[in-house]
Design a protein around this ligand. Structure first.
Ligand SMILES: [Zn+2]
Length: 235
């Protein structure tokens, strides 16, 4: 005879999702999508020596509170930034002087996703969400081919064989589309940061800043974060 309890703890039955959360718009929207799909959320934020780390940590903590995550891990990969050769981590590289592809951090996304998969093997999460957005995929570790390959790797390299999936729900959505999705989900954009050059005010010069400003303009809403005045940036 099967005896049903009078009540049960729903959390026991909720599927878990780990979000590779940076504190930027895209991963914050990805978290909102996972939440809407009914997952219990776990955030993983990585300090890989990015110049804007203080702001990313501040925002990721605010977003963790906003989404009511079950657990938020902040892990150290500063060695990645110490390798240099990226405008995001190398203080000697200034965005005014380098091509747009200097936003690539060598092999970063695979390192972060690997950390998420390791955690999923322990906490039983079914899915890893990232905020990777649509092309042109300047960085090779953002493309649909990359996600196909990383899922193949996860499938053959984990004990929970083929159970854990890595998804990028915004992989065919550009920044404008991501902002529209964020509006639909009620995302507090003031808790997001996109500038990779500064963490006091957004510089307005780096490629991510330019993309963000342009996208907010297209959507027709005001970006709530502070920007340096353009005349201040000309010196
Ligand atoms: Zn910037």
């Amino acid at each position: 005879m099967v005896v049903f309890p009078f009540y049960f703890d729903m959390e026991v039955f909720m599927k878990k999702a780990i979000i590779a959360l940076s504190g930027g718009i895209d991963s914050a929207v990805a978290a909102g999508i996972a939440k809407k799909e009914g997952y219990e959320l776990y955030f993983l934020t990585v300090n890989y020596g990015q110049k804007n780390i203080e702001k990313e940590l501040e925002n990721s903590k605010k977003l963790a509170e906003y989404y009511g995550v079950k657990e938020h891990k902040i892990i150290d990969m500063k060695w990645l930034g110490e390798l240099g050769n990226s405008g995001i981590t190398d203080i000697n590289i200034h965005f005014e002087d380098v091509p747009d592809d200097f936003i690539y951090v060598p092999y970063r996304n695979t390192c972060i996703i690997t950390a998420c998969v390791a955690w999923a093997e322990v906490n039983g999460a079914d899915v890893i969400y990232t905020g990777s957005e649509a092309g042109p995929w300047i960085c090779p570790d953002n493309s649909p081919e990359y996600y196909e390959a990383i899922n193949n790797l996860v499938g053959i390299s984990t004990k929970l064989n083929n159970k854990i999936k890595v998804v990028a729900p915004l992989n065919y959505s550009d920044k404008e589309g991501n902002i529209r999705k964020g509006v639909e989900l009620g995302l507090p954009f003031e808790y997001t940061w996109t500038c990779v050059a500064r963490d006091d005010v957004a510089c307005g010069i780096c490629q991510p800043c330019r993309d963000r400003l342009q996208a907010f303009e297209k959507v027709g809403i005001k970006d709530p974060i502070p920007y340096a005045k353009l005349e201040d940036n000309k010196e």
